[in-house]
Design a protein around this ligand. Sequence first.
Ligand code: NDP
Length: 449
Amino acid sequence: MSKTEELNLEDFMTGLIKRNPGETEFHQAVEEVAATVIPFINKNPIYIENQILERMTEPDRTIIFRVCWEDDSGKIRTNKGYRVQFNNSIGPYKGGLRFHHSVNLSILKFLGFEQTFKNSLTTLPMGAGKGGSDFNPKGKSDREIMRFCQSFMTELSKHIGPDIDVPAGDIGVGAREISFMFGQYKRLKNEFTGTLTGKALEFGGSLIRKEATGYGAVYFMEEMLQHRGDTIKGKSCLVSGSGNVAQFAAQKIMQLGGKVLTLSDSSGFIHDPEGLNDEKLNYLIELKTVRRGRISEYAEKYKCHFHEGKRPWAIKADLAFPCATQNELELQDAKDLIKGGIIAITEGANMPTTHEAITAIKKANLVFAPGKAANAGGVAVSGLEMTQNSIRLAWSREELEERLKNIMREIHQQCVNYGTEEKQVDYIKGANIAGFVKVANAMVAYGAV
Ligand code: NDP
């Protein structure tokens, strides 16, 4: 047999872009992984012989469907629905549903691809998927949301199941939407199984699930700092976003003695130099989850500054937690963070930092945690929700938080094992390779399937 030909990043990306034209977010996510994984693959030719990276970048299956629903005025509306079942080598497909006007195939493929590595890192048996719709929940009544969710689930239910594919929430999909979808699934299938996670406690949900992504990201930051003999205590923190991840990242930062200076939404950010406290956080949760208002209302209530249309990265602080959406931290933002003396950045959101920004951050030698490692706490507790549903038991808050903490510690350790170079940890490299190995070995074992 001739010597296996080594993979080359440029050639690999040229082929991938040709096969997936116009899917820029997907290209970006793959390139970030390929850049660190290809040198590892070249040292382990079995992965080349089995075409593992080529196969891992092609979803197992992509389902696209029409979602028709009736609005409050009786008008029929039509949206696109998607489920990208990316890879089930190590467990049932698992990943969130996103309802946002920007949703398209490129975004869902980037998220599904990232999920493959993230779920592998959690140490739990979960494959990867992602789905959603270009439906915009903003400004819709509860009844419109219900009708949309029921219509969406009527089609999706044909493709999911407790041992097949277990969706969860993401942007625009919280407890309300999961409840509507679970109700419809249960009705259509006439079975009560843990087919969605993020459910309410009354019908199979898990304690700590809503806190898990934000808490996990902060635990991960604490692990990285402790690895350098430091801690979150006493540090000032920039948080972007004000949704599920941002809210509970902020809460855990406060619990660990840090100070949260900023929060944001798609209209701008607030800067509260006094820092968040429990009362302000409760107000924020009510504002964003119950009233579905704007972040500027926080600034009006607590007499602090609202920066319209801006991001928080030019405020001077010690730590940064981008927790809103993809590509919300660009090159100029990274320069601002560096200038402001930031020590470490932890991605609570998926791919919030652009490629150019990461390059600048690396050059400045800052500590940087990629989302696939740092925000894996959410899917990890979703995995624990699946386990509780299967054994028909509910674990206590303390037990679940301890498990979450241990999983985040384990993910950190995997990053250290695979990412340490000359006593410094490259968390991107560590997370990518550690996530890759488990899935790749399973794929090699299965042969060409
Ligand atoms: P939410 O819908 O609860 O909150 C999203 C937040 O991001 C809102 O504050 C929203 O503002 C803001 N936002 C959305 N788009 C933009 C934009 N273009 N510019 C600025 N701000 C924006 O979502 P989550 O908190 O659940 O998710 C946040 C991120 O975390 C996403 O990247 C998601 O994929 C990731 N993630 C979430 C997990 C989870 O368990 N929920 C798990 C792992 C990752 P507005 O209200 O104005 O829309």
